[in-house]
Every structure is written in structure tokens, then in C-alpha cells.
Write a new protein. Structure first.
Ligand code: SF4
Lengths: 101, 841
């Protein structure tokens, strides 16, 4: 499970921006940092599963109150580091040499 | 209750070992993540605008977060041509963390979603770890010695029919070694990179206009431009960190106008002030329309034109050439006269008033305008022409040569500029902007490589499409002479156009042989006769060159899995096997090994670098290759600094020139007297304001082109009524070989799809997720429909991303190329759509 530090750039529509930040505050996977200027907000994202990670990214990027999502860092948790090779999601049927090896 | 964190101050990232022990690991990592994000948010791209700092930094004193047991070092991101710098955290021979590099001027601590996962690309479960030889019963694991012998025998069997196909993901030393092997060793010139499929039109556009390749401007332009125009380009998804520079400015209240000229709505469109939706191919008419406005309004820059430009045209636009023919302002004026706003609207679908708006913007001298483009203008059957025309718009309006005023092409691959264009791994080119067809250029190269005069072949080799056509043609038939291709760091089995013709047919030709060096199984390894496991990214030393002429170095930080080895070593090992067999081409004129200079340690002793156990020993092969290569860089004013300067820097933009005090200075703005050291002095003894010192007309002038709008070779008709456009998505990088193995990215966008306009979908009875059959004259494919998704094509157009190796859209695309650059047009062909099944995709 990665733990990442992200930077949200909020849109200029303050209502939409506020609502986006409110959603972040309500989301237990997200910790909201202190604003830098009016529209840049650092957050951390910690998920329990890859499905959550996907859902969170998509929600952030699709939110009308968020113009852009940048990444500052990601730490691959020990579990993730150990598991990731076994968790590759490409179907075996697509991996044309899986059997050959 | 809010959960706002208590944050360390941005510059207070040092977290002591004692405090580490007091926090549980996850809380600790979270606090570090928050501190790092906060610090990066404080960075401002604008801080570096209007000057060209030399970012010389010691990676050891950089400030990635301190985490117990984690070692940090720098590397450029493995993915796109933006060239973000990453701090890579390793522990126990494994990448465990990635942080944006705050000292890197390119990204100032930021990364995008692909950079976020760059550390995971090494750890897909199906990494190739052993050489595999195809036999009658399947693939058999063999030793490296056996694999090297197999390749050497294919070479000796028919050296003239042995080709290498690589990419802009080759590191500079890898591409250079292949270049020397093919052109200096085999004397056949059959080497081409996949950059032919993405950047070739930008290259010919730059050469036709300025006489030399690569952008004059740099990323700093984005920090000061008043207007940014994206031409068929979607940087919000394809070059997200560059787009961040624009976002950053807007978020600080600066007025920056974004104009998106495109064939489909994208995330970039969402933030644009204007969206000009045009019919595919008609960007030619739009560029002519802008120039028409500049002329009729008399707002073109007369002084700039008189001092710095010539006019150029094609004698026969149906048979264009790189240099065309001289023209005059009067000719030019007459030629663009027909491109009235109304006529352009009729051709392109862009409202006449928007053409007038563009004309007005370019007519304003006090604005700074930066144009950006990437595949939209390059993968175009008139790719060279539209590149020439956009440069011409900037030249005619004088929006050139000042920070913020620049026509700038972006690259999709991390070293498309560095390896494909600068090393010249193209069938017609040599390192340093030299050409195989020119006697003097070959002789210079022979001298630098210590080869006997006449070793090098003056005939250009096969470009990408011809190379693959050749291996798919029986050897005894005309054009079938290529019988072996060695593919490195690319996936042509997925990315070539018209795959039935250019790839699949090889399978029926038993005397043809395909060697593939890669890190994962791909659509290309499916047809491979020999598969070689490669090291990737920080598993090897490397050097990339990004879109803004920035050369970036890194060291190996972890070892590759199993028997995976560097691509560069693979080439040198084969060369040495040939040398040991007595193959003349692998000897220099003194009978020494072709790569002898690369194998010398600091005391001049030869180290057997062709033996893997010595490859990372007393010699840094990347350094010895680079030091030879950089001698070429001075031949066309693309000077590179010594290797060790790049070890200290977060990349340097060439030309990099030594200063009287012994330091090395990079160049942000080429051809501009205030910055480019090669601009000549004027009569007053001061550098001229602008000097196109590689002018094709040898008079210091750039060329303003006219090229008419001509219909593309295939257009929608009654049988195939839709345009098909193909491209990329944010989560996946190119053919998805790496990103589809990152669980988060693969799950975010697991499979390809087709974007359809809701009205077209309704008319064809297609609902969201319904399977749709897409047919062209060349092939068909079935994909689920996506309606009103992230990308939205207009009526009459559909869009399909090409990352999915299980859904090969290139069975449908057209293999027509730009007649000058030979780059295929992936952005338009005619198709029809129908419901494939009632089930959902
Ligand atoms: S913008 Fe490109 S170079 Fe930068 S992090 Fe993203 S993929 Fe990597």
C-alpha cells in the first residue's frame, strides 16, 4: 500500500474548491495539509487496497473543484514492496510468455 | 473536526533517528509525505524564469526525507519527454520510495501519476529473467553465451540484412553503441528508432525552418508566456508536470490564456479559455488562416522578417522536399490570400471569428505566445508541412527568440531528443546532426571512430516502415533483404501501423529472425525467435535527453532480476563475439576492437567490458561512451559538457559551453543573442539579437514556409463515414508494457475503449459500455464504447487509445507517411462503427 504526498490545485470557483476540500476532509484515506497560497493544498493519501487507491485518484482528478493533481512523493509500504510482483494485474492470458518461462 | 496535520516547516525536513523510533512506521511515512508535499507546494516555477541558472547540485546534499535505512539518489523519470527528476529511495537492493526532486528546475519536486508509480515498474511478476530461444516446441531458456553466439551467427550469415530497431527510451550510451555497431561495424545503416513514429516530423520541421533540429526555446517559456496554444496536444494528461507550470501560475492569480486547438475535448480543454475544434488534417488551413490575418491586418513583424527570414515554398506541393524552393514575400502573400477566415471555417470547421482572434493575438507584439505540440502535429501525413507552418506563424509575427515567445515541440519518450535525434540513431543520420549521405560527414565519423576510410556506407538504411516491410517480404523478392531485426526498448508488434502488413507476416517467413531485448513479454516478443532479458531504469547507469535539450545522467541503484542485463552490454558483447570470430567490421583501422576506447580504465588498461562480470567494474562504460560521443556534439553547436558535470547537475541544456573560470554554462534560448554563445557578433561588436547560424540558406535567416491545405490520403466516405484518431491516456505510457504492470495504473484503465460522441452513439444504437465493432479497409477491432468520458470527440470522430496489447488498434490504422519525415499518420483514417454484440464490454 503506497503512502503518498500529493498537491491539489483547486479551481478558481471558490464554492467548488471548498466542496472539494470538504470531501477530502471527510475521506478517511486523506489527510489535508495547510494551504500554500489560496489554491494549492498538500494532502497525504493512504489506502488499504489497490481498489481504494484507484477510486481515490479517479475521484480527485474528476472533482470539478480540483484543477490538477501533482505528486510529491510516494513510499511503498513494506507490504506493497513484498507483494507487488505477485499482484501484477495484467491477466496471465495476456502475458504471452508466462508459460514459456 | 478537521484532520489538518501539524506540519514541519517546508525547510525543516530533517527528521531525527530518535523521532523515527517514536513514531510507528506508517505515521512516520505519512508525516514525511505531508512535509514533502508541503515543501513542493511552496516551490514556484516562476522563481527560475527569466534567467538560466546552472542547477549544479550534489545529490548527496539534496534533501529527500531522511528515512532509516533508505539511500537516495537522483534519476530522471523513466516515462515521458518532460524529463522530471526523481529522487529514488532504495533499501536492500529494492526501490522503496520515490520523491519529486525539489532541486530539479524541470519539475521542482512535482511528479504526475505515472511518475508516482515509476518505482513499481521494476517489479511486475513476469519480468524476463533468462534469454529464451524459440524452438519447435516452444521457448527454451539458454545461457547468455549461447544467445550472443546465436546473434553473432545471424550477423555473419548476412551482415547487410541485419537491422536494429530501437527507441527514444534507449539511453544515450545504448543508442550510441547500436549506432556504432551498425554503421561503423556492419556498414549497412539499417538502424531506426520508434521516434520515427513520433518525432520525425518535428525533426524535419526544425531542419526545414532553421537548418538544425530541436527547439530554440525551453520550459522557462511556460513560466512567462501570456498565451499558450496547444496544437493537437493534451499536456494535462501527456505532460502533466509541464501543465503544472501553467496551473501554478493561474493558481497565483496570473493571467495566462490557454487556447486548445484540437480534434477532441480533453482534460486540457477543461482548463482552456478557448477550444477550437477542427476537422482532422485541417490545421494546415488554420495556420495559413493566421498568416493571412497577419498580412491583411499588416500586423506581421516587418522588421523581424526583413532582418531574419527568407520565404520558401514547394514547387509541387504533391511532391514536397525538405528544402523546397526559394520564394518571395509577394509570392507568399498571394499564396495565403485565399485563406480568409470564412474559407478556413469551411475547411476546418473552426468559426471564422476564432481565426480572426488567433490572427489578432499573433498580431500583438506586446504579448508573449508559446505554441506547444507533440503527436498531433507529428503523426500527420503532412507532418513536416504543419510543423513548418507553425514555425512560420511565429516567425512571421515575430513571436520568437524572447522568453515566452516560442514554437516548442514536446517529445513523448524520455530520450527521443537525446538518443534518437542527437545521437542520430536514424537510418540516414550520424551522431551530432551529421548525415550518412555526405562524404565529409562520414569521413569525420570514420576519423572519430578510427575506422578505415570508406568503411561507412553512404546509402541511408531503411526507415522504420520500410525496415518492417522488408522483414515481412520474402528474402528472394525485391525489398526483402532485411532478414534479422534486433529490437531494443520498444514494442513494434503493438505500435507499428497496419500490423497485418508490417509485423504479422514475418511469422510465415521461416528464414527471417526477430531478436527482442525487453523487460517484460510484449506483443513483439510473441513473434520473437530470441528474447533477451534487459535491465531497466535504475537497474543500470544511464543518460537521457529530454524535450528541452536537457541531458540527464543517473547511476545504477539496484541490480536487475535474474540474468537481466543492460542493452548496451548486450551490443558490446555481440560486437566482441564477432571480433573474436575475426569479423573485419568489428576492428578499427589498427585492428583493435571497435569498442576499444570504451574499455579503457583511467590508467589506459583494457578491461573486458564484454564480460558481464567486468561491465560494472573498473570502467564506467556510460562515461567512456559519452566522452567519445560528446566530440560529435560540437560539430553542430550542440556541445555537451564532460560526463562528470552531469553527475553533479539536474541535467544541463545544450549547448553547454565552458566558461573562462572553468565552469560550464547551459543555454536556455537558442539563436538569441542574450543567451546563446554561438550567436555571432554584429558590426557593433555585440552579439546580434537573433542569428540562425545553421540557416539552410547560409545567410543567418530562418525560412517562412507556405504550404497549401491539401486533402489527406484517406477521408471518411459513405462506406467508412467516421474519422478514427488514436493516442494515449494519462495512466498508461505508450504501449503499456510497463504501466500495465503497475496494479494501480492497470486497474485505473485496464482495457482499451472507444470514445464516441453521444449523438453518433445514439444514432448507431450504442450505449455506454456496449461492444462496438470498428472497421477500416485494413482490419477491424471490437471495443467497449465510452460516451461522455474523459475525452470527448466531436460528431463524426472516434478515439481509441493504443496502450492495450490485447486490443491492437493498429490493425485498423493506415500506414501512409509524411512524404518527407516518413512518419506514419496515426491520427486519422476512415472507419465505420456498428454494434458488435448486445453484451456489455
Ligand atoms: S510528467 Fe512525464 S517525466 Fe514527469 S513524472 Fe510524469 S511521466 Fe514522469
Amino acid at each position: 500500500m503506497p503512502i503518498s504526498g500529493l498537491i491539489l490545485t483547486l479551481c478558481s470557483d471558490s464554492k467548488a474548491a471548498q466542496s472539494a476540500i470538504l470531501k477530502c476532509h471527510e475521506d478517511p484515506r486523506i489527510e489535508v495539509g495547510e494551504f500554500v497560497g489560496l489554491r494549492r493544498c498538500p494532502i497525504t493519501l493512504t489506502t488499504q487496497s489497490q481498489e481504494e487507491d484507484k477510486a481515490c485518484w479517479q475521484a480527485l482528478q474528476a472533482d470539478p473543484g480540483i484543477d490538477h493533481v501533482d505528486v510529491a512523493c510516494v513510499f511503498f509500504d513494506d507490504d506493497q514492496a513484498d507483494d507487488s510482483p505477485k499482484q501484477a494485474t495484467v491477466d496471465d492470458s495476456d502475458s504471452t510468455l508466462a508459460q514459456a518461462q | 473536526m478537521t484532520r489538518t496535520a501539524r506540519l514541519p516547516k517546508p525547510n525543516d525536513l530533517e527528521i531525527s533517528f530518535m523521532s523515527t523510533l517514536q513514531l510507528d512506521r506508517r505515521r512516520f511515512l505519512k508525516s514525511v509525505a505531508m512535509a514533502t508535499a508541503t515543501a513542493a507546494a511552496h516551490e514556484s516555477f516562476a522563481a527560475t524564469s527569466n534567467n538560466v541558472p546552472l542547477p549544479l547540485l550534489d545529490p548527496q546534499v539534496s534533501d529527500p526525507p531522511s528515512i532509516d535505512g533508505v539511500t537516495w539518489d537522483k534519476a530522471p523519470c523513466r516515462f515521458c519527454g518532460t524529463g522530471c527528476h526523481v529522487m529514488v529511495g532504495t533499501k536492500d537492493n529494492r526501490v522503496v520510495a520515490v520523491a519529486g526532486d525539489r532541486h530539479a528546475p524541470v519539475n521542482k519536486g512535482l511528479l504526475c501519476v505515472k511518475g508516482y508509480h515509476v518505482g513499481s515498474i521494476l517489479y511486475g511478476k513476469d519480468r524476463l529473467t533468462k534469454p529464451l530461444l524459440k524452438t519447435d516446441t516452444g521457448y527454451k531458456a539458454i545461457s547468455w553465451d549461447e544467445a550472443i553466439q546465436v546473434i553473432a551467427k545471424r550477423v555473419t550469415r548476412n551482415p547487410k540484412g541485419f537491422a536494429i530497431y530501437g527507441s527514444g527510451q534507449w539511453t544515450i550510451p545504448e543508442g550510441y553503441a547500436c549506432q556504432k555497431f551498425i554503421k561503423g561495424g556492419l556498414s549497412n545503416n539499417h538502424i531506426d528508432p520508434n521516434a520515427r513514429l513520433c518525432m520525425a516530423s518535428a525533426v524535419t520541421g526544425f531542419i526545414g525552418t532553421y537548418g538544425v533540429d530541436e527547439p530554440a526555446g525551453c520550459y522557462d517559456d511556460l513560466d512567462v508566456a501570456d498565451v499558450i496554444i496547444t496544437w493537437g496536444n493534451n499536456p494535462a494528461e501527456m505532460h502533466p508536470v509541464l501543465f503544472s507550470r501553467f496551473i501554478d501560475r493561474r493558481s497565483r492569480g496570473e493571467k495566462v490564456t490557454l487556447i486548445d486547438i484540437g480534434t477532441r475535448r480533453t482534460r486540457t480543454t477543461e482548463l482552456a479559455n478557448e477550444y477550437l475544434c477542427f476537422k482532422p488534417h485541417t490545421d494546415l488551413a488554420i495556420a495559413n488562416g493566421i498568416m493571412h490575418q497577419l498580412i491583411v491586418n499588416e500586423t506581421y513583424d516587418k522588421q523581424f522578417i526583413e532582418k531574419h527570414c527568407n520565404f520558401r515554398k514547394q514547387v509541387d506541393p504533391h511532391k514536397p522536399t525538405l528544402k523546397g524552393a526559394p520564394s518571395t514575400f509577394e509570392d507568399f502573400k498571394q499564396a495565403v490570400a485565399e485563406y480568409t477566415p470564412e474559407k478556413v471555417e469551411e475547411i476546418s470547421g473552426v468559426p471564422a471569428e476564432k481565426i480572426v482572434l488567433l490572427g489578432k493575438l499573433f498580431g500583438q507584439r506586446d504579448l508573449r505566445i508559446t505554441s506547444l505540440w507533440c503527436m498531433g502535429m507529428n503523426q500527420h501525413s503532412a507532418g513536416t508541412m504543419i510543423n513548418n507552418l507553425v514555425h512560420s506563424v511565429h516567425l512571421l509575427s515575430g513571436h520568437f527568440g524572447k522568453p515566452g515567445d516560442a514554437p516548442t515541440s514536446l517529445t513523448g519518450q524520455p530520450s527521443a531528443c537525446g538518443t534518437a535525434r542527437e545521437v542520430g540513431t536514424l537510418a540516414h543520420a550520424l551522431p551530432g546532426g551529421r548525415l550518412v549521405a555526405k562524404d565529409a560527414h562520414r569521413h569525420e565519423t570514420e576519423d572519430l571512430w578510427n575506422l578505415p576510410r570508406g568503411r561507412m556506407n553512404p546509402k541511408p538504411g531503411y526507415h522504420t516502415v520500410k525496415m518492417w516491410e522488408s522483414i515481412c517480404t520474402p528474402t528472394h523478392e525485391p525489398g526483402g533483404e532485411v532478414d534479422t531485426i534486433w529490437v531494443q526498448v520498444t514494442n513494434p508488434g503493438q505500435t507499428l501501423p497496419n500490423l497485418h502488413k508490417l509485423f504479422d507476416r514475418k511469422d510465415d517467413l521461416k528464414d527471417k529472425f526477430l531478436i527482442v531485448s525487453d523487460v517484460y513479454p510484449t506483443a513483439t516478443t510473441q513473434l520473437a525467435d530470441l528474447i533477451l532479458p534487459s535491465a531497466m531504469w535504475v537497474e543500470k547507469n544511464g543518460i537521457f535527453g529530454n524535450s528541452e535539450r536537457r541531458t540527464q545522467q543517473w547511476f545504477r541503484q539496484v541490480t536487475p532480476p535474474g540474468d537481466a542485463r543492460d542493452d548496451c552490454w548486450q551490443v558490446i558483447a555481440v560486437a566482441r563475439a564477432l571480433f573474436d570470430m575475426g569479423f573485419e567490421g568489428m576492428k578499427d583501422k589498427d585492428g583493435k576492437f571497435l569498442f576499444h576506447p570504451q574499455s579503457l580504465d583511467e590508467n589506459g588498461n583494457e578491461i573486458p567490458i564484454w564480460q558481464w562480470e567486468h561491465y560494472y567494474g573498473k570502467v564506467n562504460v556510460d562515461k567512456t561512451i559519452f566522452e567519445e560521443y560528446r566530440q560529435f556534439s560540437r560539430l553542430k553547436h550542440k556541445d555537451l559538457a564532460p560526463y562528470d558535470e552531469y553527475v553533479k547537475a539536474r541535467g544541463l541544456r545544450w549547448p553547454v559551453v565552458e566558461q573562462p573560470d572553468g565552469t560550464w554554462r547551459e543555454t536556455g534560448f537558442r539563436f538569441s543573442g542574450f543567451d546563446d554563445p554561438y550567436v555571432r557578433k554584429g558590426p557593433d561588436g555585440k552579439p546580434m539579437d537573433i542569428d540562425f547560424y545553421h540557416s539552410t540558406t547560409s545567410d543567418g535567416r530562418a525560412q517562412v514556409w507556405h504550404y497549401p491545405y491539401i486533402d489527406p490520403p484517406e477521408m471518411p466516405d459513405d462506406q467508412y463515414p467516421f474519422w478514427l484518431c488514436t493516442g494515449r491516456v494519462l495512466e498508461h505510457w505508450h504501449s503499456g508494457t510497463m504501466t500495465r504492470r503497475v496494479p494501480q495504473l492497470a486497474r485505473a484503465v485496464p482495457r482499451s475503449y472507444v470514445e464516441i460522441h453521444p449523438d453518433d452513439a445514439r444514432a448507431a444504437n450504442i450505449g455506454n459500455g456496449r461492444l462496438v465493432k470498428i472497421e477500416s479497409r485494413r482490419g477491424s477491432i471490437v471495443l467497449p464504447a465510452r460516451i461522455n468520458g474523459r475525452g470527448q470527440p466531436p460528431r463524426g470522430s472516434i478515439f481509441v487509445p493504443f496502450f492495450d496489447e490485447t486490443k491492437l488498434i493498429n490493425n485498423v490504422t493506415l500506414d501512409v507517411t509524411c512524404p518527407i519525415s516518413k512518419e506514419p499518420d496515426y491520427k486519422k483514417c476512415a472507419v465505420r462503427i456498428s454494434v458488435a454484440s448486445s453484451s456489455r464490454g
